[in-house]
Design a protein around this ligand. Structure first.
Ligand code: HEM
Length: 90
């Protein structure tokens, strides 16, 4: 059995506008790090890394998605991500 955690975390009956990236979203329990005896052992490190990444990225002046980039789409079943996310600094 392969559980699609990404789908659970995009459940529109639980999350308002689940497809919108919103760093200010009200925190609620979610399944990104799994649940139960196999809950992710590295979740505290992963959260810290993500916080540092966002703190550094979001203050970069003129950082924006590359409007000429194409074929940016999210793939994967257990772990979902784009292969690349081209950005511009001007
Ligand atoms: C955003 C980053 C991460 C996400 C979304 C994530 C997510 C998950 C998920 C969903 C599982 C359960 C897998 C399963 O039951 O089949 C898991 C397990 C695990 N993760 Fe992570 N993880 C992340 C980062 C990390 C990091 C940075 C480490 C270690 C430094 C780590 C170590 C582990 C370990 C050791 C398990 C196995 C736990 C067990 O089976 O008892 N993870 N993770």
């Amino acid at each position: 059995v392969v559980v699609n955690l990404g789908s659970a975390n995009h459940d529109e009956t639980r999350w308002r506008e689940p497809e919108r990236f919103d760093v200010f979203r009200r925190q609620r329990p979610h399944a990104a790090f799994a649940l139960g005896p196999h809950t992710c052992l590295g979740m505290h490190l992963a959260r810290m890394e993500t916080r540092v990444l966002l703190e550094e990225l979001l203050v970069m002046p003129d950082l924006r998605l590359d409007p000429e980039a194409h074929d940016v789409h999210v793939t994967g079943l257990t772990f979902r991500s784009p292969q690349a996310l081209p950005v511009r600094f001007s």
